[in-house]
Design a protein around this ligand. Structure first.
Ligand SMILES: [Zn+2]
Length: 296
């Protein structure tokens, strides 16, 4: 059975075809038409028809997109493809393509891709985290995305940073309207802001990591605070979900030292005498979103 996955982003729409063992058969991408809902649906439909015609086979179809489909209304919310917000994306696409389609948010797709045949392959409970310009997360249990009645399972990024120290309260303002969200501390811009507060210097998170490696004491201090925060944030998750594996994705997942340093720290807050949870780097990188959509 062939599987098709579509990653519907704010700037590009990507499609992938996988065979039943997860081997990539084909991949295509098109720019997302800006502000054009029907145009966006038509491009997805065209990509699906083209790929199926080329491969001479019909596949299952899953779609990954930022935002979540409300279970109560069937309308998409919180997508960065704003033309899609408030629209019955799934119903309209199913009608257009005359078939059943699965849809989930991009963080869930990331977690699913890594749980099926990626860095967390074979693990029972997987918490997948995207640490990038924003912070998102998804939960996969026994190879299935956990969605929840509100379709927000795993929305960790807009919880407050746990066990805060004095200067973390109330924390930076977040676009969601609250202060001190995990995203404001653990995103790439969050690390930049931390370093700027500590030193008055504005450099990118990649530069901070690099300078710390070269022995810069101020950058090393920023890295240690970041790791302390990530350890607290993930310890909170371990206390609730107790996942077998936590997989990191997004730009910050390329910081190799996190995989050694964060598990060294998180035991301070995990309510257990030992912590066997694994913290691993993703296997599929930027392809995890579109691959996970295919596995939906
Ligand atoms: Zn927030």
């Amino acid at each position: 059975m062939m599987r098709l996955g579509v990653d519907l982003g704010g700037t590009k729409i990507e499609i992938i075809a996988l065979d039943e063992r997860g081997k990539e058969l084909l991949r295509r991408r098109m720019p997302t038409p800006q502000g054009d809902y029907l145009g966006t649906l038509n491009i997805i439909a065209q990509l699906v028809r083209d790929v199926e015609a080329e491969l001479g086979n019909q596949g299952t179809l899953g779609i990954g997109t930022p935002g979540a489909l409300s279970r109560a209304t069937g309308l998409l919310r919180n997508s960065n493809s704003v033309a899609l917000n408030g629209k019955p994306v799934l119903n309209d696409l199913e009608e257009l393509l005359q078939r059943k389609i699965s849809i989930s948010n991009d963080a869930n797709c990331f977690a699913l891709s890594e749980a099926v045949d990626g860095a967390a392959a074979g693990a029972e409970v997987v918490f997948g985290v995207i640490l990038g310009t924003g912070v998102g997360a998804g939960i996969v249990v026994n190879g299935k995305v956990l969605t929840g009645p509100n379709a927000i399972a795993g929305e960790w990024g807009h919880n407050p940073l746990p066990w805060p120290v004095t200067d973390e309260i109330p924390g930076p303002a977040c676009y969601c309207g609250k202060h001190g969200c995990i995203e404001t501390f653990l995103s790439g811009p969050g690390m930049m802001k931390l370093h700027q507060q500590m030193t008055g210097t504005k450099i990118t998170s990649a530069e901070i990591v690099q300078h710390a490696e070269q022995g810069d004491a101020a950058c090393e201090r920023t890295m240690q605070i970041y790791e302390h925060r990530l350890a607290r944030g993930l310890a909170h998750v371990i206390n609730i979900l107790d996942p077998d594996v936590i997989v990191l994705g997004g730009g910050m997942s390329n910081i190799e030292r996190l995989y050694a340093n964060v598990p060294k720290r998180w035991g301070n807050w995990v309510f257990s005498d030992r912590v066997d949870t694994k913290l691993v780097k993703n296997k599929y990188g930027d392809s995890s979103g579109v691959r996970g959509a295919a596995w939906l």
